[in-house]
Write a protein that binds this ligand. Structure first.
Ligand SMILES: [Zn+2]
Length: 230
């Protein structure tokens, strides 16, 4: 079931929480019956979520009220508003949350294309624009190199864009992309430490939906939310 990856008490008096759903929490992919989705979302994190129509791009939506910007064609969100949960849906891609101690949070959907095009850089910039500075990153479950076979040419293109750390091997020795290493390389370049990295492979582990493993259209969600101190 959904679990908290991080809970931080901020100097601002607010609390930042990052929660990850699992398949057991139900399908959180956009497009299902809205009332069903709403009840599933509430069971994971209370409040009116901002969700996105994700397109493997680099657009970051600035959210200034709960639910604001929902349905935007974008892959990242930022807010300084409390009780405005920000969500990305994933089933192999990497969900990444950023927390600023000044009370700004952000989240990004990072697949290989978005990583190569700079979605994490744009998200960190959006935190700055909002008056914060990403002090830590939280990386959720995603497909491991163990299961993420890549053709040699595609992999070389990715290495050219993201550096040699992305080159890896599947568990049976074929060329593979290591998205976790790519995320770490980008965050290192931005001087953002990774506070929590859940290295669970969505393809290996039945608790998660995996597009690569089964071709499913179902998605789990990562949610980041700022809350006022109790
Ligand atoms: Zn795996």
């Amino acid at each position: 079931m959904a679990r908290e990856l991080v809970r931080r008490s901020l100097p601002s008096g607010q609390t930042a929480r990052v929660v990850m759903s699992e398949a057991a929490d139900g399908d959180l992919a956009v497009g299902g019956p809205e009332d069903l989705l709403t009840s599933r979302r509430k069971a994971v994190v209370a409040g009116r979520w901002t969700w996105l129509h994700q397109v493997h791009g680099t657009t970051v939506v600035d959210v200034s009220e709960p639910g604001g910007g929902s349905g935007s064609l974008a892959d990242a969100l930022v807010t300084a508003t409390t009780v405005a949960p920000l969500a990305v849906q994933v089933a192999d891609c990497v969900p990444v949350a950023l927390i600023s101690s000044t009370g700004v949070v952000a989240i990004a959907h990072a697949g290989w294309r978005g990583l190569a095009d700079g979605v994490l850089e744009r998200t960190a910039e959006a935190v700055l624009t909002r008056g914060g500075r990403a002090a830590e990153a939280v990386v959720g479950p995603h497909i491991g190199a163990c299961c993420y076979e890549f053709g040699q040419d595609d992999l070389q293109n990715l290495v050219d864009q993201l550096g040699p750390s992305v080159r890896s091997r599947t568990s049976d020795g074929r060329p593979a992309a290591d998205l976790a290493a790519a995320v770490r390389a980008v965050l290192d370049g931005l001087s953002i430490p990774v506070a929590v990295a859940d290295g669970t492979c969505t393809s290996c582990d039945d608790r998660y939906w995996s597009y690569r493993a089964t071709g499913t259209a179902c998605r789990q969600a990562m949610v980041v939310v700022l809350e006022e101190a109790a």
